[in-house]
Ligand binder design. Sequence first.
Ligand SMILES: Nc1ncnc2c1ncn2[C@@H]1O[C@H](COP(=O)(O)OP(=O)(O)OP(=O)(O)O)[C@@H](O)[C@H]1O
Ligand SMILES: [Mg+2]
Length: 322
Amino acid sequence: MDKLLEVKNLKTYFYSEEKVSKAVDGVSFHLKPQETLGIVGESGCGKSVSSLSILKLVPEPPGKIVEGEVFFEGRDLLKLPQKKLREVRGKDIAMIFQEPMTSLNPVFTIEYQIAEVLLAHTSMSKKEAKEKVVELLDQVKIPSPRERAKDYPHQLSGGMRQRVVIAMSLACSPKVLIADEPTTALDVTIQAQILDLFLDLKEKFKMSVIMITHDLGVIAEMADRVAIMYAGKIVEEASVKELFKSPQHPYTIGLLKCIPKLGGEKKELTTISGSVPDPSEKPAGCSFHPRCPKVQPNCKTDEPKMIEVKSGQWTACHYPGE
Ligand SMILES: Nc1ncnc2c1ncn2[C@@H]1O[C@H](COP(=O)(O)OP(=O)(O)OP(=O)(O)O)[C@@H](O)[C@H]1O
Ligand SMILES: [Mg+2]
């Protein structure tokens, strides 16, 4: 089977009295067994809402999944009844949320919280679950796991808490792990340790991973393939190698230029001028056209469709390439 998870034409909108925010506006991508797909884009482009939509975790109202399908093992998750969906969540598809503290409850011990996941999804006894918690904490390289299991979240450092969140997500050996900015809140040395841990665990658990980040450096290290998001849409999709070697969409090219380089002359750090449009007031034609250095008249009126520029490399641009 080539596609473990397939998202097709997903649209998630937020409604308020005066406007409709098209946060996710026709997103399609797939995940192959045991690969890591990176989803990259600036703040507000719809990365978190896309991933929350996969498991129907978008608050409704104000949000609503208005269109699309999410196939996992032959079933459309968006059509599953809540009870069946709860079985998939955590067990087959686990998620690490962008705010680690929201996944941890301050009033319960680490042991209690991870054991709760195990008891909900497996037939383990309480005693077995407690032993498994120690094993999981050990797997995410928390020192003295038996003692740490008795701690409350506030007793741990940020890096340790993130390891606990990862341990919790791995509790039921999920097939797919969705990690939403798992290292953003951490300092760089801890970030590197957590990324190493991810690579290690991915091998051990034979998982497929969706790694959401705004950091192309993280993608270079972690991902096999990348989807670049802009204003609620995917504008480029390619293998990591191709994306870095010959980016096709002007937005991707801009993002790559923003990565600071060591050595050479000291130049001012490049930025992409302007900002991501408000999802309720997207420009006509290509959403990127007001910021695009290559803009042509038809970009302001005709929305570009995804086209395959090279085998496995797709982009939605009327004038792709450098
Ligand atoms: N609960 C909500 N109600 C209304 N609008 C929302 C809600 N959640 C998200 N949005 C809007 O949807 C858009 C996409 O948000 P999303 O959180 O997916 O961005 P993101 O790409 O994850 O950004 P970041 O990198 O900052 O995490 C934003 O414009 C945001 O304001
Ligand atoms: Mg986000």
